[in-house]
Design a protein around this ligand. Structure first.
Ligand SMILES: Nc1ncnc2c1ncn2[C@@H]1O[C@H](COP(=O)(O)OP(=O)(O)OP(=O)(O)O)[C@@H](O)[C@H]1O
Length: 537
C-alpha cells in the first residue's frame, strides 16, 4: 500500500487537542551562516509514541538538543509541555522540570558506579537534603527494578551489566524520574534518541515494553531512529525531517518503508540487492589460532574481492575480530598472513597492519577513528600525510585538492573541509572515515558496524564504497549485528558463538532469517578453520 498524500499531515495545520503533551511551534536553529532547522512545528499527544526520522544531517539531533535545552532556538520559537509554555530560554534543568526526559545513544550511565547510584544520581543532584542513605537507596532501586521484572541487582556495578541491561536501567531511570508527575496524572515525554542502535533486534522488544508502560500511564514517547521497519512497528505515527524542514507526519499503520523513504529523500530510492559472488582465488588474509578477550582459537581466510560478514550475539566475540586482524587487539595471540607478509599477533603493532595494506574502520568512530575538534580536512589527511611531504614541509595545497575531491566523491555533507569533524552528523562522519581509508587503496578492509546511526540513503552509498573496494580486489571483513546489512552486502557470512565460528553461510543461503537462526542456534561443532570457500580455491 502506498501513502495517500492526504494522509500526510503538516503539523502546523494539525488540529491537535489542547493542551498536547508536547507542542512545538516555529523552531529554527542557525549555526553561523547555516540554518539547520527551519520553522519546525509539531504536536505529540498524551499516550502517543511518535517516531522521528530523517536522513543524516536532516536536523533530528539538533531538534532534540533544542528540546533538551542544550541549544537555544532562533528567536520566534514556542515550546510547551502539557500546556506549560517555556518562558524565555529552555535550560537542561528546566526541560526536566517541564517533564522532558532523554535517553541518548550513550545512555549516560557511569560504569564504575552501582545501578542504584546511577538511578539516584540525578535525584540527589536536584535534592536539597544533605542526608544520603546508600542502603535505603539500594532498597528502593531494587524494588523499582523488581516492579519492572528486570532481574537486575541494584548493587551490581553498571560495568558488569550486559548492553541490554544497561539500556533497560537507563530507560527505567528516565521513566522513574517522571514518576512523581505521573502520579499526579502529568506523565511527561520520554525522548529515546537511538538507544537501541547497539542492541541486537531480538533484545529491543524488552525496551519498547518499558516505553509502552510509560504511554499507558498517559506519558508520551518520541523515538529517534534510522531503523524504519522498527520505527513503523513500535510507533503510532512518524514525523519526517528533510533538510531541517518538517516534511509531514504519517500514521504508522498503513504506511510502508517506501513511503517514509520518499518523504525522507524526496524521491524514490533504489535499494540494492546483493552483487554476484566473486570467483574464488588464493586468500589475501590467512589468520590461524586467533585468541583475544572473547575469541578462542579462531582461524579464517579472506579472498580478494570477497566481502565476508562476521556476526553473532553480543559477547560471542564477532566484534573483536576486525581489531585482532588489524593488530590493534590487546593481548591477542595467533598468526596472521597478509599476502606475503607474516605476523605474530602477540608482537604485531597497528602500524605493521597499516604497512601491510590493512584499513580498519572502527565502530566507535567518536573515540577510535577520529578527532572531533579537528577539521574534516585534518581527519581526512591523517593517512595521506606521509605521501604529502614536500621539500618545504607538508604540501597542504595538495591535501586540500585531494580532500575536496574525496568529500565530493563520498558525498560528505556539508561539502566543507574546514568545519570541525565533530559537527558533522553521524553518517557524514562515517563517510569521512571511509574516504580517509579508501584513498590508500587498502588490500584488506576491516569494518565494525559501518552503517550504525546512518540513514538509508547514506547506507546505500557506504555499501557502494565497500563494494567498489572489493571490486578493486580488496578483501573485506564486516563485523556487524545488523542482519539485514549482512544479507545485502556479504558474499559469505560467518556466525560466532562463545568465541568460535560455528556456521558459514554462502551466497544464496544468506538471509536475515538464516543468520538469526545460526546466531541463536544450539551449541554445535565449529566449522573447520579455513573456510569452505577459501579451501576450494
Ligand atoms: N554545533 C554545530 N555547529 C555547526 N553545524 C552543526 C552543529 N551541530 C550540527 N550541525 C549541522 O547541522 C546539520 C544537522 O545535524 P544533526 O546532527 O541535527 O542531524 P541528524 O539528523 O541528527 O543526523 P544523524 O542522523 O547523522 O545523527 C548537519 O549539517 C550538521 O553538520
Amino acid at each position: 500500500m502506498t501513502l495517500d498524500d492526504q494522509q500526510i499531515v503538516p503539523e502546523d495545520r494539525q488540529d491537535a487537542p489542547e493542551p498536547s503533551m508536547l507542542r512545538v511551534r516555529n523552531v529554527s536553529k542557525t549555526f553561523g551562516e547555516t540554518r539547520v532547522l527551519r520553522e519546525v512545528s509539531l504536536d505529540i499527544a498524551a499516550g502517543e509514541t511518535r517516531g522521528l526520522v530523517g536522513e543524516n544531517g536532516s536536523g533530528k539531533s539538533t531538534l532534540i538538543k533544542v528540546l533538551a535545552g542544550f541549544y537555544q532556538p532562533d528567536p520566534g520559537a514556542e515550546i510547551s509541555v502539557r500546556g506549560r509554555q517555556v518562558a524565555g530560554s529552555l535550560t537542561p534543568l528546566g526541560a526536566r522540570d517541564l517533564g522532558l526526559t532523554f535517553v541518548h545513544q550513550d545512555l549516560a550511565l557511569v560504569p564504575s558506579l552501582t545501578v542504584s547510584d546511577n538511578m539516584t544520581v540525578n535525584a540527589l543532584a536536584a535534592s536539597r537534603s544533605w542526608r544520603v542513605s546508600p542502603k535505603a537507596e539500594a532498597r528502593s532501586t531494587q524494588k523499582l527494578l523488581d516492579e519492572y521484572g528486570l532481574g537486575i541487582d541494584a548493587r551490581a556495578a553498571v560495568s558488569s551489566l550486559t548492553q541490554l541491561e544497561r539500556a533497560m536501567v537507563a530507560i527505567v531511570r528516565a521513566i522513574d524520574g517522571m514518576r512523581e508527575s505521573a502520579a499526579h496524572g502529568q506523565a511527561g515525554l520520554l525522548v529515546l534518541d537511538e538507544p537501541t542502535v547497539f542492541l541486537p533486534k531480538a533484545d529491543r522488544g524488552l525496551l519498547f515494553d518499558l516505553a509502552r508502560r510509560h504511554t499507558s500511564d498517559g506519558g508520551g514517547v518520541l523515538f529517534v531512529s534510522h531503523d524504519l521497519e522498527e520505527c513503523l512497528e513500535v510507533t503510532d505515527s512518524i514525523t519526517v525531517l528533510r533538510d531541517g524542514r518538517l516534511r509531514g507526519t504519517v500514521p504508522s499503520k498503513g504506511t510502508d518503508r517506501a513511503d517514509i523513504i520518499r518523504l525522507m529523500v524526496g524521491k524514490e530510492l533504489n535499494l540494492s540487492s546483493r552483487r554476484p559472488t566473486p570467483p574464488a582465488h588464493l586468500p589475501v588474509v590467512r589468520a590461524t589460532g586467533l585468541n583475544g578477550t572473547s575469541v578462542r582459537d579462531v582461524s579464517l581466510e579472506l579472498g580478494p574481492g570477497e566481502i565476508v560478514g562476521i556476526t553473532g550475539l553480543l559477547g560471542s566475540g564477532f566484534d573483536e575480530l576486525p581489531y585482532l586482524i588489524s593488530g590493534a587487539g590487546q593481548g591477542a595471540t595467533g598468526r596472521l598472513a597478509v599476502g606475503e607478509r607474516e605476523f605474530d599477533l602477540a608482537s604485531m603493532r597497528p602500524v605493521d597492519g597499516i604497512r601491510a595494506g590493512i584499513a580498519l574502520v572502527p565502530g566507535d568512530r567518536a573515540r577510535q577513528g577520529s578527532v572531533a575538534s579537528l577539521s574534516v580536512l585534518d581527519n581526512l589527511s591523517v593517512q595521506a600525510l606521509p605521501t604529502a611531504r614536500a621539500w618545504f614541509g607538508i604540501d597542504w595545497r595538495r591535501l586540500r585538492t585531494v580532500g575536496q575531491r574525496l568529500i565530493a566523491t563520498y558525498d560528505v555533507r556539508p561539502q566543507k573541509l574546514d568545519v570541525a569533524y565533530g559537527t558533522l552528523s553521524g553518517g557524514n562522519q562515517q563517510k569521512v572515515l571511509l574516504a580517509r581509508w579508501m584513498q590508500t587503496n587498502p588490500g584488506v578492509i576491516l569494518l565494525h558496524e559501518p552503517t550504525q546511526g546512518v540513514d538509508i540513503g547514506a547506507r546505500e552509498q557506504i555499501f557502494d564504497i565497500v563494494r567498489a573496494g572489493a571490486d578493486a580486489g580488496a578483501a573485506v571483513l564486516c563485523a556487524s549485528a545488523d542482519q539485514e546489512q549482512l544479507s545485502l552486502l556479504c558474499d559469505r557470512v560467518l556466525v560466532m558463538r562463545d568465541g568460535a565460528i560455528v556456521a558459514e553461510l554462502l551466497g544464496g543461503d544468506i538471509s536475515k532469517a538464516a543468520i538469526a537462526r545460526e546466531s541463536l542456534g544450539s551449541a554445535r561443532q565449529s566449522v573447520p578453520p579455513a573456510s569452505r570457500r577459501a579451501a576450494t580455491s
